[in-house]
Design a binder for this molecule. Structure first.
Ligand code: ADP
Ligand code: MG
Length: 692
């Protein structure tokens, strides 16, 4: 295909200012314009009789001006009354030019589009868009629905129409380089229109098109684009992982006996699932290219010990292992487990987080550069100035909270050396299939699908805050039997300070209500050492009731705790509630979880609480979570802009995903240039993976 100019500047009416606005929206070429899709449509294809209007109707009407006047009140307003023989309606304009009153003089015919509302004297429209009917040409009614585009300040809908009109015209005339990239195999029995047909339809649907389907993006024309977009994301992730695979990595074999030694010291036996997953990891580590494995396992399934077995294989081969977790608390929990397990074997983990400063930091950095075998920390591990030595394995826990960028940044650290590190990703929230197929496409997957023996499912109840005193009695009873309890105070989107305050208040309330019990408090404003001291006392049983903010969401491991109380549970998401609940049920004790809510609560919140009462299956909960909240939040990446789809929606378009893997595999093998073009079209060669 010859090169066809597609610069935005070639379009009528596009100057430097408009170009900048378009660039802000990620639109850099004429084809890009066509991938900027309307989010709703207005039906201006039919003129409605004024007499038949009802409040709330968004319609096109036409009539003759009976009366127009500027009414002066607190603010001047242009008031125009029009009639069409079936009825009359008042139009109100708060912003107007003096000339408008002249234009809308008595007897003028005008056509308006707007929403009818009930006013003082019958129906009215506030600021309808309108045009005067001056000649026969003006009479024609559009035979297409009018698109409404997402936009930015200073770029009106009329401009969008002009721009997309030009782009669509070029498309129809074959003047746009807009290649059909969706492989035939993907069409299956979806009645999929061609790319050009789809774009034409989406930008200018005919009168009578199914607007509801269009707005929900379920129309075949849109589904086709969604399919292509999902394919592009899948390919881009797979390609990324394939590229990694081409590097050299240290082959690690079992010859040191260090793992046998470790297992012999462990107070429990690995479950069959843990053994299987460790086997899979060890097999990968023996390869001469980097492992890229995702380990999924529900809360409490015992991922930490699996991570330790992986780390030991690296250490036994003379390589460094780094373990990174997204929060201070979770990383600290790993530090504790690893220290408990490894220190007796002469392997003291080195700790690094952003809170390690001054001399301690210098020492940690020196130890890391000097080849300390096991390094544990937060994202501080990725920062400049951290130099690993013979880094052979990177373990990332709860990776989806980091996002792809950060994971790769840590790998880049290792890439500075001649060999690339192996990579193990662990996630506690099971990943719905849909996300696995996009965000994690191309990773090998292991599932720890078995809990340690003797675990009983946690019984879950939801009770209203009005029954708080009963809940307090329940805490008393459990602690009286020698168990321990958590009481989690939740405040959403409040500062650490406000959260801490709320937790302090609750702690005081409970302390006075339960004077016989010893109560402790942890929140995000405490120094790590203070937090640690409280956690240690809780772990040793000196503290019976631990009041906490959601800082304890992940990583806390006190098997004797069998009661979890969560306040304001209606405000939390499913995944978070599931994580919190996972703090109990970690032994053979029968545990329970009480979700306290403050009525009245909305339908969605009620549904969330019901799901938790019904199931403890992390996979089901994750699927539901995705359905109720959308992928950005499930992945915790809403702010990073990752996984922001233009058309696709992982919850809505699940049925499309099944088609993707086989086609993607074929494309990667047989048509790499199409893969490139698909990725460029949908994802761009943006700075997506450039650093943190
Ligand atoms: P996860 O990180 O998957 O949520 P952890 O690794 O924190 O789970 O393990 C939860 C608890 O179960 C810990 O107390 C851990 O020591 C214990 N545990 C792990 N594996 C086993 C096992 N095979 N048998 C008994 N207890 C186990
Ligand atoms: Mg864990």
């Amino acid at each position: 295909m010859p090169y066809l100019p597609s610069d935005l500047r070639d379009l009528h009416g596009v100057g430097p200012r408009l170009e900048t606005s378009l660039n802000q929206l990620g639109i850099h070429s004429v084809p890009d314009l066509l991938f900027h899709l309307p989010f709703r449509y207005e039906d201006r294809t039919r003129i409605h009789p004024i007499g038949g209007l009802y409040p709330g109707a968004r319609v096109l009407i036409e009539g003759e001006v009976e009366h127009s006047a500027i009414v002066r009140g607190r603010r001047a307003m242009l008031v125009v009354v029009i009639a069409d023989g079936t009825g009359r309606i008042t139009l109100r304009f708060f912003h107007f030019r003096a000339a408008q009153k002249q234009q809308l003089s008595r007897g003028t015919r005008i056509r308006c589009y707007g929403e009818a509302r009930g006013g003082f004297k019958g129906l009215e429209m506030v600021h309808p868009s309108y045009k005067r009917i001056l000649n026969e040409q003006d009479e024609a009614v559009s035979d297409r629905l009018t698109p409404v585009y997402p936009t930015v300040e200073g770029l009106g809908q009329a401009s969008w129409i002009k721009l997309t009109d030009q782009a669509l015209h070029r498309l129809r005339e074959g003047q746009l380089e807009l290649e059909e990239l969706l492989p035939d195999d993907l069409r299956g029995n979806l009645r999929i229109p061609s790319l050009a047909t789809s774009l034409n339809y989406i930008h200018r649907p005919p009168a009578g098109a199914d607007v509801a389907a269009l707005v929900e993006r379920r129309h075949p024309a849109q589904q086709r684009l969604a399919l292509e977009e999902l394919l592009a994301h899948n390919l881009s992730m797979q390609q990324l992982h394939l590229q990694q695979r081409k590097f050299n990595a240290p082959g690690m074999v079992n010859e040191s006996g260090i793992e046998t030694d470790f297992l012999a010291r462990l107070s429990f036996r690995l479950t069959a699932a843990q053994q299987r997953v460790v086997g899979e990891i060890h097999q990968d580590l023996a390869q001469l290219h980097p492992m890229q494995r995702l380990v999924q396992g529900d809360v409490g399934s015992g991922k930490t010990v699996v991570a330790a077995m992986a780390a030991l294989r690296a250490v036994g081969n003379g390589y460094q292992a780094a373990i990174m977790a997204p929060t201070e608390l979770l990383a600290e929990q790993h530090l504790r487990s690893f220290t408990e397990w490894l220190e007796p074997m002469g392997l003291k983990p080195v700790w690094l987080s952003s809170k390690v400063t001054g001399k301690a930091r210098q020492e940690a950095l020196a130890a890391i550069a000097d080849g300390a075998p096991v390094v544990i920390g937060t994202h501080a591990l990725m920062q400049q100035g951290v130099n690993f030595s013979r880094l052979g394995l990177v373990i990332v826990d709860e990776q989806h909270r980091f996002g792809v960028h950060q994971r790769l940044a840590l790998l880049d650290k290792a890439a500075a050396e001649s060999l690339h590190a192996h990579q193990l990703i662990m996630t506690a929230t099971p990943i719905p299939r849909t996300l696995a197929m996009t965000a994690y496409a191309g990773l090998e997957t292991s599932v720890i699908d078995e809990l340690p023996p003797g675990r009983k499912p946690v019984t879950t109840v939801a009770v209203s805050n009005e029954r708080r005193s009963e809940v307090i009695q329940r805490v008393e009873a459990a602690c009286g039997e020698g168990r321990q309890a958590y009481w989690v105070c939740t405040l959403i989107e409040e500062s650490d300070a406000v959260q801490a305050q709320a937790a302090e208040d609750v702690a005081r309330e409970l302390q006075s209500g339960l004077s016989g019990l010893s109560t402790g408090l942890v929140h995000g404003r405490m120094k790590p050492a203070e937090k640690q001291a409280v956690m240690d006392r809780f772990k040793q049983g000196d503290i019976q009731l631990l009041v906490a903010t959601t800082v304890i969401e992940v990583g806390v491991d006190v098997p004797n705790a069998s009661l979890m109380i969560i306040e304001n549970a209606e405000r939390l998401g499913l995944a978070q509630l599931h994580q919190l609940r996972g703090r109990v049920g970690r032994s053979e004790l029968q545990s329970s979880c009480v979700l306290i809510y403050s009525p009245p609560i909305g339908a969605l919140a009620k549904e969330r609480l019901n799901i938790l009462r019904e199931t403890s299956d992390g996979f089901r909960i994750a699927e539901k979570d995705l359905e109720l909240r959308g992928p950005g939040e499930v992945l915790g990446t809403r702010q990073t802009g990752m996984l922001q789809f233009r058309v696709a929606d992982l919850a809505r378009d699940q049925q499309l995903l099944d088609r993707i893997p086989p086609v993607a595999a074929t494309l990667l093998n047989e048509d790499p240039s199409r893969v490139e073009r698909l990725i460029r079209r949908w994802i761009g060669d943006s700075e997506r993976f450039a650093g943190v």
